[in-house]
Design a protein around this ligand. Structure first.
Ligand SMILES: [Zn+2]
Length: 349
């Protein structure tokens, strides 16, 4: 992850370095008081740590994959598939149990350097169980212990969101994750569940009911990746069927006044990831980011960094990107309080 002193290459048509004219630079450069509600844990691990662990574990690298280049995404990709390329490698580590601590500590250290006082990390967890040859309960227990160990020295408050991937096995994945959660006595560190993955892929018809049940039975927050790649109906489904408390990305809702009214009325918060939305190609340079639409229609939103290590840019840069997209500086000032309000972590101080 870069710090704010490093040169950030502008997106075409969106000069991130232009943002000084929008407001108090000191605010943007302040390392203090930030919260991030949408970070994928393995997208927050600096490439240097990934490379060290790969070498140490002797992991095979796919032909044609150049880790020095393909682990990061600095400029807009032609497709979501191209953007997701780093995960072809990231899902192969860590194989050794002790390396999970290294990986988590490295990620949390970088997040601390961005001034994050609280963070919600998300992980699909189950891949760790298969990599490390342990049960999903053991993998979840170990992951919680690693994050706790990494966050404690910084006094960083944190919560873990368990991610389910869209597809035929979504309901089975959710069941495994919830079984592990129950086996561990429903640890307070687990604060929510998430649905992620290719939005064009169908999921079992029963999945929304199972999400609602987990929310009702255990008080877990529900966040759904929806409307990232143009499917506004997925945002509607997330609210109406999944009872989503928050929407990941939700960019497609920006062109739909009716949907924005629903989000505002139902107080569903959109996790807006400005840099990610440009890098994935979800929003081409000639299309305005819907952030200002959300602001004008009273849709609650929090600015998040999604995969800061993959972008080599953290939340400070996402705030700058939001200003470059036209968001008033006053809205950035409110971000810490908004993130606190919509966080699934209870008792944030
Ligand atoms: Zn995401």
């Amino acid at each position: 992850m870069q710090n704010e002193q490093m040169t950030v290459p502008p997106f075409e048509g969106h000069d991130l370095n232009k943002t000084d004219i929008f407001g108090p630079v000191s605010l943007l450069e302040s390392p203090d008081d930030k919260g991030d509600l949408h970070i994928h844990l393995n997208g927050a691990v600096p490439a240097r740590t990934v490379l060290q662990i790969l070498a140490e574990e002797g992991t095979d690298i796919m032909p044609g994959f150049n880790p020095e280049q393909d682990l990061v995404r600095r400029s807009p990709c032609s497709s979501l598939g191209e953007y997701l390329r780093p995960w072809e490698l990231l899902r192969r580590l860590p194989k050794r149990k002790q390396n999970l601590q290294r990986l988590v500590s490295s990620a949390v250290g970088e997040l601390h350097s961005q001034g994050l006082r609280f963070v919600e990390l998300r992980s699909s967890v189950l891949y760790l169980a298969s990599l490390q040859g342990c049960s999903s309960t053991e993998a979840l227990h170990h992951l919680i212990a690693c994050i706790d160990h990494a966050a404690k020295p910084y006094g960083m408050q944190w919560g873990l969101i368990m991610t389910v991937t869209r597809g035929d096995y979504s309901a089975v994945q959710l069941d495994s994750l919830l079984s592990a959660y129950n086996s561990l006595g429903r640890p307070k560190e687990i604060v929510g569940i998430d649905l992620a993955g290719n939005e064009d892929i169908p999921y079992p018809i029963d999945l929304p009911r199972l999400f609602r049940k987990a929310k009702d039975d255990f008080g877990l927050g529900v966040t759904i990746h929806a409307g990232e790649t143009g499917r506004s109906e997925n945002v509607r489904t997330a609210v109406e069927l999944f009872a989503a408390d928050r929407i990941g990305h939700g960019t497609a809702a920006g062109g739909d006044p009716w949907l924005m009214e629903i989000l505002a009325k139902e107080d569903v918060c959109v996790e807006v990831c400005p840099i990610s939305n440009r890098l994935t190609g979800a929003l081409p340079p000639e299309i305005a980011h819907p952030l200002c639409d959300f602001y004008e229609h009273g849709v609650p939103f929090v600015i998040c960094s999604d995969n800061p290590a993959i972008h080599e840019r953290g939340l400070i840069e996402d705030h700058k990107a939001a200003l470059a997209e036209g968001l008033p500086a006053s809205a950035i000032v409110e971000q810490y309080a908004t993130a606190k309000r919509y966080s699934f972590i209870r008792g944030l101080s």
